[in-house]
Design a protein around this ligand. Structure first.
Ligand SMILES: *Cc1c(COP(=O)(O)O)cnc(C)c1O
Length: 345
């Protein structure tokens, strides 16, 4: 089985509702801060003091419990490398992935030499706690969880995360909170994170902050748990540009709040539209909605693309037959999707 990441085609025109990016772009304050960069700033290896300070303040964590990464993708790779390398070649260390899931968990686990153990979600994408616990073996070194999940938008009950963390004290339990901004709930500052030093939380500035192109993620965890991950991440992994603009990005809370409101309104419009059209969907805690269409959803996605609205075909994911995932961003963008869909259905 190949776990190689399948790169999604990048359309050069049209509305991108296929990668859960911020459809408004980043805060204008970020561009201003970028314009203030000098030739000298770009020519030197960056200093991260200001970026770390801004990020730790915004997330409410101490700097020694925080590791900035080149996109959360790099954080996922660092966990995979630290946890899974050096396994016996006859019986590699194992990584448990609850599927359907973000593709990078399997891709990085596999690249680091681990063995991927997939556990499917239950009916209606219910979290399969008993099956995850049943999949744990003496070789389990990492369990990948996503809260809220991508592509389903569903939350994992907090006590399920605590049970898993307690069951695998020697493995890392990564709780990927790439979409936690939209759920407005996080493990950061929680008793679970304080009590279980094997839990590592992942955050990204790609989605709510609109910095996908600049690449910035963060891992949050116990300093001792982060120590082996710090050894994997290269010393200048974050580029000077994103290091320089981060204080401005996190300071613009008005922009952030506005965007979260747009996402909320967009999700309401999607639900209303799917109700009206008789399309099944899952109420989402993230900035996208997964919907199940009758008939050929791959063809439907292609027809939407031809109309200039790109959505993500997830129909080949575990349990997702007939499903498209639509990013919920700026309200007018969602309206454009709704009218394109209306012309096709
Ligand atoms: C988008 C996404 C990421 C990747 O974030 P980057 O910071 O862009 O690397 C990680 N996890 C999940 C679940 C995502 O959807």
């Amino acid at each position: 089985m190949s776990f190689e990441y399948e790169r999604v085609l990048t359309p050069h025109t049209g509305l991108r509702l296929h990668l859960n990016e911020n459809t408004a772009g980043c805060s204008p304050a970020v561009i201003e801060a970028m314009r203030a960069l000098t030739r000298h700033d770009v020519a030197i290896y960056p200093d991260y003091a200001a970026a770390i300070q801004a990020c730790s303040q915004r997330l409410g964590v101490e700097a020694d419990s925080l590791l900035l990464t080149n996109g959360l993708d790099e954080g996922i790779l660092a966990i995979a490398v630290a946890a899974l390398r050096n396994g016996p070649s006859t019986s590699p260390f194992e990584a448990i992935v609850v599927v359907p899931a973000f593709d990078m968990y399997a891709a990085c686990s596999d690249a680091a030499g681990g063995h991927v153990v997939e556990v499917p979600l239950g009916d209606g994408f219910a979290f399969p706690l008993e099956r995850v616990l049943g999949a744990v073996s003496a070789r389990t070194r990492v369990i990948w969880l996503t809260n809220p999940n991508n592509p389903t938008g569903q939350m994992i009950p907090a006590d399920a995360i605590a049970s898993i963390a307690a069951a695998v004290p020697d493995a890392i339990v990564m709780v990927d909170e790439a979409y936690a901004d939209f759920a407005e709930t996080t493990l950061i500052g929680s008793a679970i994170l304080a009590r279980h030093s094997n839990v590592v939380v992942g955050r990204t500035f790609a989605k709510a902050y609109g910095l996908a192109g600049l690449r910035l993620g963060a891992l949050i965890g116990h300093p001792q748990t982060l120590a082996p991950l710090r050894r994997v991440v290269p010393p200048y992994s974050i580029n000077a540009c994103v290091a320089a603009i981060l204080p401005a990005a996190v300071a613009d809370t008005a922009y952030y709040d506005w965007y979260l409101e747009q996402v909320g309104q967009s999700k309401a419009l999607l639900y209303e539209t799917f109700d009206r059209l008789g399309v099944d969907y899952w109420v989402s805690s993230a900035n996208f909605v997964l919907a199940r269409f009758d008939g050929d959803c791959t063809g439907l996605a292609q027809e939407l693309s031809a109309k200039g609205v790109h959505v993500r075909d997830r129909s080949r994911d575990s349990g997702c037959a007939g499903c498209l995932r639509i990013t919920a961003g700026v309200f007018e963008h969602t309206q454009a999707f709704v009218s394109a869909l209306g012309e096709l259905l």
